[in-house]
Design a protein around this ligand. Sequence first.
Ligand code: ZN
Length: 118
Amino acid sequence: MHETGLSEAIVAAAVRRAAGRRVTGLRVHVGGHPVDPEVVAQGIQLAAAGTVAADATVDLVLEPMTVTCHECGRSGPVDDHLAMVACPGCGGVNIEVTGSDDVVLESITVNSGVREPA
Ligand SMILES: [Zn+2]
């Protein structure tokens, strides 16, 4: 499962950013639609076991990609792969997909309660 490597990368980034301080919160930006948010959060908590982020709460910021159709004007979140190649409303292919499917560490909260950008 590629989620494991991803979770480890998120935790590794947080640990590096914390520089020895205890991490109490992780804010993770999840773009796109394919991932199950629960799986992502659990994977990160699992990867954090035994690190300074072991007790951190995982805060996911979900941002689906958006498809805009230049033919019928329809605009909405991408909910399946077909929506990324043709408009779900009119079938037009003159569409624009915005957003990304990145999973990135946005900020961490350290023991002082201070949130810091990652
Ligand atoms: Zn359309």
